[in-house]
Design a binder for this molecule. Structure first.
Ligand SMILES: [Mg+2]
Length: 108
């Protein structure tokens, strides 16, 4: 998969979500809903990280499903990209800029 495929998927998913939940009176509500959704997905990732480190209750550890950790990482990335898209952030440009900034930290 290339980055452009991911961005293309995000645009398609944004369209599908707008068709499904298009009843928001304004864009502000959509942005807030996506922010809350990102917090929810991050919480699910945290839950999987705890399980990965066997730091959950036994009954939760008994219900671990293989592949959930990777799926939650994907959920966080996709939800984050949907939020960025709703806020008209050019995420490719933002990532390039951030990676350049991080690289520069090690040049000194
Ligand atoms: Mg999830």
């Amino acid at each position: 998969m290339e980055f452009k495929d991911l961005i293309s998927f995000i645009k398609k998913e944004d369209e599908r979500l707008r068709n499904r939940y298009g009843n928001y009176p304004d864009e502000e509500k959509r942005i807030l809903a996506r922010t809350v959704k990102l917090a929810e997905e991050f919480g699910e990732l945290c839950d999987e990280v705890l399980a990965y480190n066997s730091m959950q209750r036994k009954d939760k550890l008994d219900n671990i499903v293989e592949g959930n950790l990777a799926e939650e990482f994907a959920d966080v990335i996709i939800t984050s990209l949907l939020l960025a898209n709703a806020m008209n952030v050019d995420i490719e440009k933002a990532l390039e800029k951030k990676m350049e900034k991080i690289d520069k930290r090690y040049e000194k």
